[in-house]
Write a protein that binds this ligand. Structure first.
Ligand code: 5GP
Length: 215
């Protein structure tokens, strides 16, 4: 049953391990998923590569992308712009892959408005203490940024009610398997299989026409 891919928005507190989770999901199931690469005006962190983690662009370039409607959504987050380029998302969905967007809350809600079928998934560590521990373990952020991100988490936690599903990322492999099961399950929805159902009904009707009832 060839189907178009589905859109999944993955949000969660900065430090929830969303990046690692999605990287592992893609390693395990490369044919099923495609990860959208966002554009941002923030500076690259150590080890980040342009075109892999993000397309790192200037504010001028970002504003041009907004004007020319090249982005599905965009938002400002901790004084930088972030946005989702439209083209890759559309191409991958057409190719039958589920596209994952790792974006923050404001962007997630914009995507849901444009794509009501999109699944909004919220990823969280098991506790606030664990969140802070992971942010500190990253060692690429200043104390000020860590405190800002913890404050941002308080705000973001209030938006969880707008999401469809929540995943607790405690053990990575368990979380990857749970995520895969959750995303695959959507493909079995009756309304997603209208073409198969139509053909099955047609075939059944055809067979009935061929059969003559024994008297
Ligand atoms: P970071 O700077 O830690 O890589 O990302 C900061 C936040 O921006 C994260 O919550 C991330 O999910 C979000 N983000 C990344 N790309 C996009 C995007 O294209 N659009 C929106 N709205 N948020 C994004």
């Amino acid at each position: 049953m060839a189907q178009k891919g589905l859109l999944t928005v993955v949000s969660g507190f900065s430090g929830a391990g969303k990046g690692t989770l999605m990287k592992r999901l893609l390693e395990k199931y490369p044919e099923s998923y495609a990860l959208s690469v966002s554009a941002t005006t923030r500076r690259p962190r150590e080890g980040e590569v342009d075109g892999r983690e993000y397309f790192f662009v200037s504010v001028e370039e970002f504003e041009r992308m907004i004007r020319e409607d090249e982005l599905i959504e965009h938002a400002r987050y901790v004084s930088n712009y972030y946005g989702t380029p439209r083209r890759y998302v559309t191409e991958q969905m057409e190719a039958g892959r589920d596209v994952l967007l790792e974006i923050e809350v404001q962007g997630a809600l914009l995507v849901k408005e444009k794509y009501p079928d999109a699944l909004l998934l919220f990823v969280t560590p098991p506790s606030a203490q664990e969140l802070e521990r992971r942010l500190r373990g990253r060692e690429t952020e200043t104390e000020e940024v860590i405190r800002r991100r913890m404050r941002q988490a308080v705000t973001e936690s209030k938006a969880i009610d707008c999401y469809d599903s929540i995943l607790v990322n405690d053990d990575l492999e368990t979380c990857v398997d749970e995520m895969h099961a959750l995303l695959r399950s959507r493909h079995y929805a009756v309304e997603r299989n209208a073409e198969f159902i139509r053909r099955m009904r047609q075939e059944l009707a055809g067979r009935q026409d061929e059969q003559t009832d024994p008297e």
